[in-house]
Ligand binder design. Structure first.
Ligand SMILES: Cc1cc2nc3c(=O)[nH]c(=O)nc-3n(C[C@H](O)[C@H](O)[C@H](O)COP(=O)(O)O)c2cc1C
Length: 386
C-alpha cells in the first residue's frame, strides 16, 4: 500500500493509486505527492515547479526578465505568463536596481545572533518578508486549482512565521473568489488585495474580507493597467483620492495602497488615510520602462518620513535583497514570482521551504553587515548611500 502526502494540509493518505482528493482539505490529486518523493530542499521544489510550468517558466536561479529566460524570450505576442510587460524593461529594472546596491561588510564588534523579528500592522512576524498578492496560477498548464494555490500560500506563509497577501483576477467573482475562499479556510490569516474594480464591487469584497476576519485589505491601484479584466467583462478603473478616502472610511480594516511609484502619490494616499504604502511596479507587468523599485523606494521614504508603513516588492530573490530593501526604507518586503513557483512546485510545503530559505539568507546578510535587528537596517549598512 502506498502512502500519499497532501501538500496543502500535510495529511497522509493511504492507497495503491494516487487519491483523487484529500479527505481533510479536499485538495485534488495534483497536490498529492508520494511519501517517498516529498521534497526536502528548495532545489527539489524548484525541480517540481520546472516540470509543471514547462514552457512558461524554468524556475531559473536568477529570475530577472532577461531575454535568455523563457518568459521574455518566447512570450512576444503571447499572453504575459510570468514575464513582464512589453520588452520587460521594468521587470529587469527591478533586479538591476537591487544589483547596483552594495553592502558595507562589517566584521568588527561583539559577536551576536541577528534578531529578524518584526511587526506588521500589529502582527508579530518571525521576519519581515510577506508573500505578495498574485493570482492566475490556475492558468499555467492547469498545474493546480486556484483556491488551493491561494490556500497553500496563506498556510505556507503562516507556517514560516509570516503572513500572505492574495491577489485578484478576471475569473475571481463575488460569488467565487479564490482569494477570499482561502482566507475563509485559513480563518482570515491573510490580506486580500483587490483589483481596482468599481467602488460598489470593492465595498462588497471588503465586507466579505471583514466577515472572514482578514487582517487588512488593499487595492493594487496599478491594476488599472490590466487589460484582461476589461476584456473579460470585469472593468478596472483609475482611482482618485476621493475614491481611496471612501474605501478607507468604508473599511474597518487597515487599508493598503499597492502599486505606488511616485513620492507625491504616496503622500496623497497617506493623506487619504491609507495605512500602508506598497511601493511596487507590479513586478514590471503593467507598464514597461519604469525605474526599479529599489531606485524609487528611498525617495518615497524620504517624502513620507519614518512613521508611515511601507512595503517594497520587485526582483527580491534572497535575504540579501530583502536587507537591501529594508535599508532603503521598507518596513516589510513582498515576494511575488518566487512564491508562485514554490506553491506550484509543492503547495504549502514549497512556500514554507522557500520562505525559510529567504529567512536564512537574511540572517546571514544581517550578520555580515553588523545588523543586530531589523530596526538597525538603514542606509549606514549600504556602500555609498546616504
Ligand atoms: C503572475 C503574477 C500575477 C500577479 N498578480 C497580482 C495580483 O493579482 N495582484 C497584485 O496586487 N499583484 C499581482 N502581481 C504582482 C506581485 O504582487 C508583485 O508586485 C510582483 O510579482 C513582485 O515582483 P517579483 O515577482 O519580481 O517578486 C502579480 C505578479 C505575477 C508575476
Amino acid at each position: 500500500m502506498n502512502q500519499w502526502y497532501c501538500s496543502v494540509c500535510h495529511d497522509i493518505l493511504k492507497g495503491e493509486n494516487k487519491p483523487g482528493s484529500c479527505d481533510t482539505c479536499q485538495a485534488d490529486d495534483r497536490m498529492m505527492i508520494k511519501l517517498s518523493d516529498i521534497p526536502k530542499t528548495l532545489e527539489q521544489v524548484r525541480d517540481m515547479a520546472r516540470t509543471k510550468l514547462k514552457g512558461i517558466c524554468a524556475a531559473y536561479p536568477s529570475c530577472d526578465g532577461n531575454f535568455d529566460k523563457i518568459c521574455q524570450r518566447e512570450a512576444y505576442g503571447k499572453p504575459i505568463g510570468l514575464g513582464g510587460a512589453g520588452q520587460g524593461r521594468s521587470f529587469r529594472a527591478n533586479t538591476e536596481a537591487l544589483a547596483k546596491i552594495e553592502f558595507n561588510m562589517s566584521v568588527l564588534g561583539d559577536h551576536f545572533e541577528p534578531d529578524t523579528s518584526s511587526s506588521f500592522l500589529g502582527i508579530d512576524l518571525r521576519f519581515p518578508v510577506l508573500s505578495s498578492s498574485t493570482a492566475g496560477a490556475q492558468n499555467y498548464n492547469d498545474a493546480l486549482d486556484e483556491t488551493q494555490f491561494c490556500t497553500s500560500i496563506l498556510k505556507g506563509s503562516k507556517e514560516a512565521g509570516t503572513i500572505g497577501l492574495r491577489g485578484d483576477t478576471w475569473f475571481y467573482t463575488l460569488e467565487n473568489h479564490p482569494s477570499l475562499n482561502a482566507m475563509k479556510a485559513c480563518t482570515g490569516f491573510g490580506i486580500p488585495i483587490f483589483k481596482p474594480r468599481s467602488q460598489d464591487v470593492l465595498k462588497q469584497l471588503i465586507e466579505k474580507a471583514e466577515e472572514y476576519g482578514c487582517k487588512a485589505v488593499g487595492v493594487d491601484l496599478d491594476g488599472c493597467g490590466s487589460t484582461i479584466m476589461a476584456r473579460q467583462g470585469m472593468p478596472v478603473f483609475r482611482k482618485n483620492v476621493r475614491d481611496i478616502e471612501e474605501l478607507v472610511r468604508f473599511s474597518s480594516l487597515p487599508f493598503i495602497a499597492k502599486g505606488i511609484m511616485m513620492p507625491e502619490e504616496a503622500q496623497k494616499c497617506v493623506d487619504a488615510g491609507v495605512s500602508v504604502i506598497a511601493v511596487s511596479n507590479h513586478g514590471g507587468r503593467v507598464l514597461d520602462s519604469t525605474p526599479g523599485v529599489a531606485t524609487v523606494l528611498p525617495l518615497i521614504r524620504k517624502k513620507l518620513g519614518k512613521s508611515v508603513t511601507i512595503t517594497a516588492d520587485g526582483g527580491v530573490r534572497t535575504g540579501y535583497d530583502v536587507l537591501k530593501m529594508l535599508a532603503l526604507g521598507a518596513d516589510a518586503v513582498l515576494l511575488g514570482r518566487d512564491i508562485i513557483r514554490a506553491a506550484v512546485g509543492a503547495g504549502t510545503l514549497g512556500v514554507k521551504l522557500h520562505l525559510e530559505h529567504v529567512h536564512q539568507t537574511l540572517i546571514k546578510a544581517m550578520f555580515m553587515t553588523g545588523t543586530k535587528n531589523i530596526k538597525m537596517a538603514d542606509s549606514r549598512i549600504l556602500f555609498n548611500q546616504d
